[in-house]
Design a protein around this ligand. Structure first.
Ligand SMILES: *Cc1c(COP(=O)(O)O)cnc(C)c1O
Length: 370
């Protein structure tokens, strides 16, 4: 179905880079080298430098990045890992597939894990903490790192939605022991398909993850442990390198759009204000309103594609039945999930389209408060 204002505009973004993408495509095809080659190595060093971290390891997805990282930590079989329940299901899936148990802490108004709710769910079995930088907003890392230190927990950032975001001038990815990014087409830097990357300053961990993404092989002959095939291929790495120099400019465009939405929409509901020290990259722009479902339907009927990320909390999913704490209610995460609506946001979103979205929201809210 065609929307007057779609949620994203990926095909047009690709068209803007037609020449350089075609050049990169043929460079790789002509090289005859399609996995674990120079494009991946170059992308990894560019990505590590961008985050201000020593190592980056490309993977086949953000989920694989999380899974390989957790598995490479060597967690004991009864380990618990604390994260947020209002994330994409992959955050918890990676914890479970790594043999650990996800435990959820409640969140603040901004949807990110609330540092003050973490210690209430720490037990003797807790080993790691996965703060999710939701919607491109950095979590309160200073407090989180203090809590982690006090309880001897490893911090893995789920930075899938926050490539380029900063807190106090420092990029996300540079705070935790490791950080995982997704390069899926819905994220701010993306492959034309799936991809992911892990960053860390821990050389031994980077080495284990690199080995774990490729069958556990140390070289052609020697397999140190049985593992997956979760590599980022040469073609995707080369195409990512074409986009990478534009990331900051594209993030700036998202920030301008978010700022304008904030100005236009503040009278009609809750808008995502930036707090001091935060540099948000708005992978999603989340507007909050008590009549969210009716508003979403109103926008849909008027040709605006708005989406909910996410309606169901992870611990409420059928898949979580056997893992979830029966008494974990997470009232603030639930209230958050009830009120959020992600509006169209992408670097090429034109001003008239933005104005159209905002005026339809103003009209809806006006009608329901009159
Ligand atoms: C997208 C996403 C993932 C998973 O990344 P994939 O590349 O889709 O596997 C994990 N966590 C969060 C918060 C995400 O948004």
């Amino acid at each position: 179905m065609g929307f007057a204002v779609p949620y994203t505009d990926l095909a047009n973004e690709a068209l803007l880079l037609e020449g350089p993408l075609a050049e990169a495509f043929w460079r790789v095809l002509n090289s005859g080298r399609y996995v674990l080659g120079p494009e991946l190595a170059a992308f990894e060093s560019e990505f590590a430098a961008f985050c201000g971290v020593r190592h980056a390891v490309g993977t086949s997805s953000g989920t694989a990045a999380l899974l390989l990282t957790l598995r490479s930590l060597g967690l004991p079989p009864d380990a618990e890992v604390i994260t947020a329940s209002n994330s994409f299901v992959a955050t918890a899936a990676a914890i479970i597939l790594a043999g650990a148990k996800p435990v959820f802490a409640d969140v603040g108004e901004d949807g990110n894990i609330d540092p003050s709710s973490i210690e209430a769910v720490v037990t003797a079995r807790t080993r790691a903490l996965i703060p999710v930088h939701l919607a491109g907003r950095p979590c309160r890392m200073r407090e989180i790192l203090l809590i982690a230190e006090r309880n001897r927990l490893i911090v893995i950032e789920d930075a899938a939605q926050a490539i380029g975001a900063k807190l106090d001038g420092r990029r996300v990815g540079a705070f935790g022991h490791a950080a995982c990014f997704s390069l899926n087409p819905l994220k701010n830097l993306y492959a034309y398909g799936d991809g992911g990357v892990v960053v860390t300053n821990d050389s031994a961990l980077a080495q284990r993850i690199a080995q774990a993404r490729s069958h556990g092989l140390a070289d052609r002959e020697r397999c140190d442990f049985f593992s997956y095939n979760c590599r980022l291929d040469e073609l995707q790495a080369a195409l990512l390198r074409v986009q990478f120099p534009l990331l900051e400019e594209r993030n700036e465009a998202r920030r301008r759009i978010a700022k304008r939405y904030n100005e236009l929409l503040a009278p009609y509901g809750e808008v995502p204000e930036e707090k001091p020290g935060e540099y948000c990259v708005y992978q999603t722009y989340i507007f909050k309103h008590d009549r969210r479902d009716a508003l979403q339907e109103h926008l849909r009927r008027c040709g605006i594609e708005a989406i909910v990320h996410y309606r169901t909390l992870i611990h409420e999913q059928p898949a979580a039945a056997e893992f979830a704490h029966p008494r974990q209610l997470l009232p603030r995460a639930r209230r958050y999930a009830d009120r959020i609506l992600s509006l169209p946001i992408y670097p090429g979103l034109a001003r008239p389209q933005q104005d159209c979205v905002a005026s339809l929201i103003a009209e809806f809210v006006g009608r329901h408060t009159a």
